[in-house]
Design a protein around this ligand. Sequence first.
Ligand code: KG4
Ligand code: ZN
Length: 295
Amino acid sequence: MVPEIASRKHVEKIIPVISEALREAGAAWEDLDAVAVTYGPGLVGALLVGVSAAKAIAYAKGLPLVGVNHIEGHVAANFIEHADLEPPFPCLVVSGGHTNLVEVEDYGKFRIIGSTRDDAAGEAFDKVARAIGLGYPGGPKIDREAREGDAEAIPFPVAHVEEAPYGFSFSGLKSAVLNYLNHAEMQGLTVKRADLAAGFQKAVVSQLCERTMALVDEKKYKKLAIAGGVASNSALREALMKACEERGVAFYAPSPVLCTDNAAMIGCAGYYEYLKGVRSGEDLNAVPNLGLGER
Ligand code: KG4
Ligand code: ZN
């Protein structure tokens, strides 16, 4: 991803996208009660385009402005389709930049239980996909490729993070895949790409699933949610659904299209903030490394 190009594309697309969204929703400007916008975490240039557009609309139309944390938006994607899901509940947040196991204590209120100490889960998918020639974004491509492969053919170890039972680590796994490829190449062996994708995916899913279900078991939770781009991974959804079924735990996941970055999730998180009375001023700025639960 080239940040400069991404920001320029945002400038080009933001007005047509907003017009199209209003048209598809059959809504006029007068139907809006507030303008929600994400201001971080993310790429500063792209964030600034969104924040500037939202501020301009809020000012021109006299609407309240509500700044939303991007990661909180991912969690809120669950509320769009699951009216029965209410806090408190644990949520596994897995995106391209974040891997967190959190307790959602209330709307917009989080407690981080575990985080990755190196790469995010999505980052590992993207790096491995590039190494095996699948291109970007790697997650959906590995997901598809893995369906043709044997997950047991090339076993990769599941990482454990010392003294952090709910911590994650994916850089060792990424190195193990790269070493495997180098080794095979030096020996002149052909690697079955689908098997490698399936083996790698299994190791990621096992790690995410183990830690998440350990928290569910320890706290005796009766529900679990997942969020973020990697939450659209079919193997992860299947594994967590099965583990939840075995325990009589209700499992919630947004539809895949609401897992990867989208505006509906920001609107949903903004709605709950708006109800709480949260308002942003004209000085709202992009915060590229805004943490989960931070404002
Ligand atoms: O949440 P998101 O859309 O953007 C960020 O906030 O980072 O997540 C993007 C990440 C990328 O790393 C992408 O490869 C991964 O989500 N992803 C997947 C799948 N779909 C998207 N990873 C695994 N399996 C998928 N099906
Ligand atoms: Zn995201």
